[in-house]
Design a protein around this ligand. Structure first.
Ligand SMILES: O=c1ccn([C@@H]2O[C@H](COP(=O)(O)O)[C@@H](O)[C@H]2O)c(=O)[nH]1
Length: 260
């Protein structure tokens, strides 16, 4: 195979980095805004603190693919959270299109099944500089009754394990799960897997529509590679202070118990 560089940032930090620098590499801020200008000015406010930004469906649909390039141009790493879920041929084509934009990570739904996952992996593998594919297991807004309502008679952790095993069997080694399943998924997937956890809530912050949450400290202790935080930072009265408090909590957790 031709030499290929995956645009994945290392989830473990180099030993020479301080815990604070390492924290900067492991926090992903969700830019859930409805316009490019608001997202970019918010990213500029946090530019000295945050390396990673997540672009989700709201921003991507409102502002188009150019938003990825504009964040990358500013020196940021981009997690493109499009949660692709369609027939294998369509997902493979979407991976080819999205994978050329410059994002470092791209999501697909694990529940699309093994054929779809393998098609996505094969499409990514042919790109000159592919993003790391992350398979979304069970959305952090789902609990057991919500799963049951969609015909899934399992607990979230059982369903996360099942979908992650499907991902692993299809050659995918990165997953989105809630911090409550991080320990189980780390045990299943091993130390080299990338575990990205939304549903992060610092103590005392509003939960909103999330169902399976944990603090930054707990998520890291359980083996999360990256922590995704949206509203606790974007909706804070002083986002810089909110981001700083989370970075300090991550840095402290890493200093006490390096997780990788
Ligand atoms: O299971 C999932 C997958 C993705 N997300 C996304 O992460 C952020 C979380 O934002 P908060 O404001 O911190 O709740 C958001 O963009 C979701 O689309 C998720 O929450 N859960």
């Amino acid at each position: 195979m031709a030499e290929q560089v995956t645009r994945k940032a290392a989830s473990e930090c180099q030993p020479e980095l301080s815990p604070y620098e390492c924290a900067r590499q492991r926090l992903i801020v969700a830019l859930d805004f409805s316009a490019a200008d608001s997202a970019l000015s918010f990213a500029d406010r946090l530019k000295d603190q945050c390396q990673w930004f997540k672009i989700g469906l709201e921003l991507f649909i409102a502002s188009g693919p150019a938003i990825v390039e504009r964040l990358v141009e500013r020196g940021h790493s981009v997690f493109l959270d499009l949660k692709l879920h369609d027939i294998p041929n369509t997902v493979a084509s979407a991976v080819r299109s999205a994978g050329s934009l410059g994002a470092s990570m791209l999501t697909i739904h694990a529940s699309g099944g093994p054929v779809m996952l393998a098609a996505a992996r094969e499409a990514a593998a042919k790109l000159p500089s592919p993003p790391q594919l992350l398979a979304v297991t069970v959305l952090t807004s789902m609990d057991e009754p919500q799963l049951a309502a969609t015909g899934i008679p399992r607990s979230p952790v059982e369903q996360v394990r099942l979908l992650a095993q499907t991902g692993l069997d299809s050659g995918i080694n990165g997953f989105v799960c809630s911090p409550q399943e991080a320990a189980a998924l780390r045990a299943l997937a091993g130390p080299s897997a990338t575990l990205v956890t939304p549903g992060i809530r610092p103590s005392g912050s509003e939960v909103g529509d999330q169902k399976r949450i944990a603090t930054p400290t707990s998520a890291l202790a359980d083996g999360a590679s990256y922590l995704v935080v949206g509203r606790p930072i974007t909706q804070a009265a002083q986002p810089e202070l909110a981001a700083e408090a989370i970075l300090l909590e991550i840095a402290e957790a890493l200093a006490i118990a390096p997780t990788e």
